[in-house]
Design a protein around this ligand. Structure first.
Ligand SMILES: [Zn+2]
Length: 261
């Protein structure tokens, strides 16, 4: 994927199994094509590598070497090597939020994996998941292990690297952070988990069961989709098929339809 002069590549870590009833208030009649023969949705988990100027940026950090009912991960380091990227080459990381499938590789056995990277995290997520340990003590301890590399973000418009700025998109988690990639007259909003599946592009009111503040998540999601209707704007959620970006194409009647682009 490209945004002007900036390249964005998907680095797969594995898959997650989602079930239709994880979306509260959902009706799948129009969206059956998104489910497999068993009625499940198997989605990718991973990270994005962004090359901008002389900087090498990682957006999110996969789930890690985890194999349970929901996640089957462990491939991120191999995927990065296939893109010609070593862990020490990455100078900047943005973690959209502190759910386990976005922070999985930040540390291994209590040591930072990406030894030269500054790790940008939403300040309200740090407070929720580390200070208050709302995701459990174990997750808080894993994050404390990389604390000296962390820079907290508490506002929109912070420049992370050339063409990359922050956008607070709270709701799914309190400090959920999106990254806006801009170059020339093109723009891509890297959404983390503001949207979990393509159906939510049109069904923005569907709540995801792990939204910490479902009402705020709904408002944020609807605003992002409206913004994506602007010309030259695409969306890049973390768990869309093939980890591809989506562009909204206005239909002559009814809600905008979308394409993977
Ligand atoms: Zn996720």
């Amino acid at each position: 994927m490209r945004v002007g002069d900036i390249s964005i590549e998907a680095a797969f870590d594995g898959t997650a199994v989602l079930l239709p009833d994880m979306w509260v208030g959902s009706d799948w009649t129009e969206h059956q094509h998104l489910l497999d023969a068993d009625g499940r949705m198997v989605v990718p988990v991973g990270a994005f590598v962004v090359r901008t100027g002389d900087r090498l940026v990682l957006l999110d950090a996969g789930v890690g070497d985890v194999h349970d009912e929901m996640f089957d991960g462990g491939e991120l380091m191999t995927s990065l090597r296939q893109l010609g990227v070593g862990a020490a080459d990455i100078d900047t990381i943005v973690v959209s939020h502190l759910h386990t499938d976005h922070m999985g590789w930040l540390e291994q056995e209590g040591r930072p994996t990406f030894t030269n990277a500054t790790v940008h995290i939403g300040a309200a997520d740090w407070d929720h998941f580390v200070v208050q340990a709302q995701g459990g003590r174990k997750r808080a301890a894993r994050l404390q292990a990389i604390e000296e590399r962390v820079e907290l973000i508490d506002r929109d418009g912070v420049t992370i690297a050339p063409g990359l700025t922050t956008r607070l998109t709270p709701g799914h988690t309190p400090g959920h952070l999106s990254t806006v990639i801009s170059s020339g007259d093109e723009r891509m909003i890297v959404l983390g988990d503001s949207l979990h599946c393509p159906a939510q592009l049109t069904e923005t009111e569907w709540e995801f069961v792990y939204d910490v503040d479902p009402a705020l998540a709904r408002t944020t999601r609807a605003a992002l989709v409206r913004e994506a209707e602007q010309p030259g704007t695409s969306l890049l959620p973390c768990h869309f098929p093939g980890m591809q970006s989506a562009r909204l194409v206005p239909a002559s009647a009814g809600p905008p339809s979308w394409v993977l682009a």
